[in-house]
Design a protein around this ligand. Sequence first.
Ligand code: NDP
Length: 492
Amino acid sequence: MTDPTATAATRWDGKLFRSGSWLPGLGTETLASQEKSTSRTLASQALATEADVDAAVTAATTAQPGWAAAGYDVRAGLLRRVARLLEDRADDYVDWLIRETGGIRGKAEYEVGAACNELYEAAALTSHATAEVLPSHNTGKLNLVQRVPVGVVAAITPWNFPLVLAMRVVAPAIALGNTVILKPAELTPVTGGFLLAELFADAGAPPDVLQVLTGLGPQAGEALVRHPGTTMIHFTGSSRVGQHIGSVAGGMLKKVSLELGGNNAFVVLDDANVEAASMVGAWSSFHYSGQACISASRHIVAASVADAYIAALAARAKGIVVGNPLDDGVNLGPMISETQRDRGLDLVKRSVDQGAELVEGGTFDRLFVRPTVLSGVTPEMPVYLEEVFAPVAPVIVVDSDEEALRLTNDSSYGLVHSVFTGDQARGLAFAEQVRAGMVHVNDTTCLDEAHVPFGGFGLSGSGGRAGGASNLDEFTERRWIGLQRTPVAYPY
Ligand code: NDP
């Protein structure tokens, strides 16, 4: 296999993507991005300053009206060309993703495919109706309600699924006539930023329709949020940072969209097939080391099947091969950073101190953490209360469906839950009482489709949804134009 990272040109090292090309930033600081399995340096990212942000916003503001005026077919054509380029480059981009995120090949391939789907869905958005005519109680009045672009969208994105989570914002925003400034996470500047810049440039995007500013959240990210010229802030990341961004951008009365964390339940009812449930439960918690907003962080299991479920889950955890994701047969790569590893293991330790039993795992070597199963977990423990974001499956035993439902909903988050049962009607009835943006019966929590509304309640988001037609509401404003076609009379 070729290694695209070994021969990568230095085109983006220490540069920002502005005016359709790689330009030095106005500051001098840089930060390396590393291969997570080996700590080898993959790239050097420039750290954008407030002055870089200001220049990018000015350029995006200037470019936006022209891009919005481009025909729908021009915008759709760009997105389809980007998708085809991504398909052509899939092998190289998969390699970058494996190295920079530490995910296994299947995860990287999923990401590239999902990013293509986002592009094709976005291309289709361009030919949706751009206006509707509403009736009026005034004689002779034409009520035209148009959809217009929001303007300049600042997209701030996380490291876990960097390519698809950036594309999920960039593609529909650009499709609908906005210009975008993307700030990827500092841990994944290549796969969350540089590769997107390269794709759009090579597909012939006009300058400044997409700009990529690498940099630190509290500096470059914060400057984008606070700049008066960014008309919409789209943030995907932790609820803690999302709350801060919501208060700053909300205070400036900007359009804000927040896609945040979750504390998702995987519920096993007493009539479930335990083997099948343990397979899907293991995937839901251990896939990409549990570092997904939609990972299962609490397994809520009926008492009558709990012993069998815990044993089956532990056996599956024990069988998982952890190692360098470029090696054959590896199921799980390294975690993204020492900070994330230590945070996850600390939640485990503090829960064990409070009486949870460590059934499997709990150990690590560098960033490689063994899949971990905890039993005897109670609602007071840290692994129950917090989003885990590590390969940990905490099991809580319940005596009834009512208790399972109460615990499922016992969270300030509301992103996604799953319920496993042998009775589909029972599963549907359970799902209809769950307070979350997404619920799955007899399947994993880790699901996303480009055309389906994705998002959560409460601490999981601000109410908007990503995906398909929902993006029309996300990335456009409504404008009511009233045309009075007959003379009107007012009292004076
Ligand atoms: P963070 O919230 O730490 O960071 C997300 C992004 O925000 C990064 O680009 C970060 O930059 C930036 N940032 C940090 N501080 C600020 C600030 N003050 N102003 C502006 N931008 C800032 O999240 P993680 O990257 O750690 O991602 C993990 C979290 O994301 C989890 O909680 C997960 O649940 C959630 N998530 C939600 C998804 C959803 O769709 N609901 C999808 C994926 C993840 P930097 O990298 O420099 O810190």
